[in-house]
Design a protein around this ligand. Structure first.
Ligand code: ADE
Length: 276
């Protein structure tokens, strides 16, 4: 069986992820610059893991300024075969309530300022142009394991969900929020794109656990999302995410991933166009 290493990307509210044993801190840099924070390597139930805090431990990096390429490249260099991402999100649907967990399976990209590829022709970048297929952005097998673990632990978990990723850092107007509902969005955040896209280009199996903090700005008679609203539920959500992460790692490690890892690798190779 191929050796696994699991990268964990902690989102807003998950900057103090203290779930690793045998911890050590590793300062790294990449051809795309420095990742958001030092990597924290260690084990969970004897499985090798690497934690990276997306916005920095002091939450100083806004969504547009996160160096997504450096983050994914650093995890790839570290040998990560899988990434479990956590992200705070708003709900665009009545039946998805604050405190719920949504395992994302599709995205709608409303970002405007982010580089979405490693293959950009710059010095040190891999050669060619990469046109990754994006019909299945998230790893189905990993997402299923996440859903089953989270549900078994008693958390209200939605097994699928389309996330609308906005540029931010502002929240959406009511008109925008209602439009995203009409488009079929279930939840809304500021970071899944380009993170999931770059993970796919890197050949890493990526799944995302979205933790609902608010009802965004579409609900009649309510003021809509603000930092105040989001902060109220952060701690509770963080505890849930930590519990799921601690429990899901050994479950992931009990599966054979050899074929899937090979498939991911081939999918990338087959997506690069380059004439020599
Ligand atoms: N993160 C948490 N809640 C959000 C919302 N309503 N919109 C965008 N990002 C969010």
């Amino acid at each position: 069986m191929t050796k696994l290493k699991i990268g964990i990307i902690g989102g807003s509210g998950l900057n103090k992820l203290d779930i690793l044993e045998n911890k050590s801190i590793k300062d790294v840099t990449t051809p795309f610059g420095k990742p958001s924070e030092s990597l924290v390597t260690g084990t969970i139930n004897n499985v090798e893991c690497v934690i990276l805090v997306r916005h920095g431990t002091k939450h100083t990096i806004m969504p547009s300024s996160v160096n997504y390429r450096a983050n994914i490249f650093a995890l790839k260099e570290e040998g990560c075969t899988h990434i479990l991402a956590t992200t705070a999100c708003g709900s665009l649907q009545e039946h998805i309530a604050p405190g719920d967990i949504v395992i994302l399976d599709q995205f709608i990209d409303r970002t405007t300022k982010r580089i979405q590829t490693f293959y950009d022709g710059s010095d040190g970048a891999p050669k060619g142009v990469c046109h990754m297929a994006m019909h299945t952005p998230f790893c189905t097998k990993l997402s299923k394991i996440l859903t089953e673990t989270s549900t078994k632990l008693g958390f209200k978990t939605h097994s699928t969900g389309t996330v609308v990723t906005i540029e931010g850092p502002r929240f959406s107007s009511t008109a925008e929020s209602k439009m995203f509902q009409l488009w079929g969005g279930h939840v809304i955040n500021m970071t899944t794109v380009p993170e999931v896209v770059l993970a796919k280009e890197a050949g890493i199996s990526y799944a995302s656990m979205a933790l609902v903090t608010d009802y965004d700005s579409w609900r009649e008679g309510e003021e809509g999302v603000s930092v105040d609203v989001v902060l109220k539920i952060f701690k509770e959500n963080a505890k849930k995410a930590e519990t799921v992460l601690k429990n899901v790692i050994s479950e992931i490690a009990s599966h054979n991933w050899t074929e899937l890892i090979q498939h991911n690798k081939e999918a990338v190779m087959n997506s690069v166009l380059s004439y020599t």
